[in-house]
Design a protein around this ligand. Sequence first.
Ligand code: SAH
Length: 352
Amino acid sequence: MDSRAIIDRLFTETAADREELRHLLSDEEEDTQEYLAQKAREVSRRTFGRQVYLRGLIEFSNYCKNDCKYCGIRRSNRNAERYRLTEEEILSCCEIGDKLGFRTFVLQSGEDPYYTDEKMADLIRKIKRRFPKNAVTLSIGEKERESYELYYRAGADRYLLRHETADEEHYRLLHPEEMSLKNRKRCLFDLKEIGYQVGCGIMVGSPYQTMEHILEDLFFMKELEPHMIGIGPFITQKDTPFSEFPDGSVKLTLKLLSILRLLFPKALLPATTALGTLDPMGREKGILAGANVLMPNLSPKDVRKKYALYDNKICTGDEAAECKRCLAARIEKIGYEIAETRGDYGESSHCI
Ligand code: SAH
C-alpha cells in the first residue's frame, strides 16, 4: 500500500478503509507526515481560511464524583485541593472574556453535584442574557437526557464530552466500574438529537491504548459525526493510578489531527493545552497539522493550578488578557489570525 495514494483518496473522498488507515498510522516516515499535514492544512484553509477560533475555558469546579483513573481531579485524589467558583465569579470571567473578544465560553468542571440542574440552567440563562451574542459550551460530564434538555432550553449551544475510547475493554481499564462506554455513547447521541453542536474525542497514548483502539475511535466518530473533535496527548498525573505510565506522543497526536481534518473537513479541531504542555510549540504545530481552534484559559488565576487534570499544565500563571495576547502573537507568527465570530459548525466557507 502507498501512503500517498491513501492520503490523496482521503483528500478527495474524505474516506479510507480500515486497512488504509492502519497503514497510514503505522507509517513513521517523515515524508508521509509532512504530506499528510500539507493536505490537512489545505483542507482547513479551504474551509476556514487562516482564521482560528478562540474558546474561553472557564474551569469552574474541580469537585468530581467520578474516579477516572487518568484524571488528577478524580474523587480518590486526596491531594487535590478542591475549589468551586460562585456564580458571580463565573459571570465575571465571562465579562473579562467578552471584553477580550471571546465569543464562546466553555464551562468545564468535574462532575460536581453541588451544581444541580437548576443551578446550571440558571447560570446559563444569566450568561445568555448578559452576552446574547456569545455561545455557551458545556463540558460537565455524563447526565440524564432530561438534564441535557433543560440546559439546552436554558440556552446552551454546544457540549463537549470526549468518549475517551470506543473500545469496551479499553474503556473499562480507564474508568471505574460504575461507568460504561454504553452510557457515554448514549449521552453523545442524546446531545446530538437534542440539537447541541457536539464534541467527542480521545487522549492519544492513554494507558493500554493500541492502534486498533484508535481505528475503532475513528469509525465511531464517523458514526457520530460530531461537530467538534478534541484530542490531546495523555499526560501523566502523579497522584493517579496511572502515575507510572508514560506521556502520549506529540507526533502521533499531530498525525491524528491531520487524519481527522481529512476525514472531517468541516469539524472544529482544537490544538489543545495538553499538546502545548508536552511541546512548547505544540499548539502551533497543531494548527499547522489542520486544527482550527484554541481554548485559552479564562479561569481566575488563583484556581488554575488546582484544576490539575495532568502534571505541568501550561498557562497557569497568566491572566486571561496575557493568554489572549500570547496566543494571538503565536498564531500570527505562523501566518494565522484570530476569528472574531462565534465559530459555529458550518459557519465559514472560505476560498483559498
Ligand atoms: N468532567 C468532564 C470534563 C473532564 S476534563 C467530563 O467528564 O467530560 C476534560 C478532558 O480532559 C477529559 O475528557 C480527558 O480526555 C482529559 N484529561 C483528563 N485527564 C487527563 C490526562 N491525565 N492527560 C490528558 N488529558 C486528560
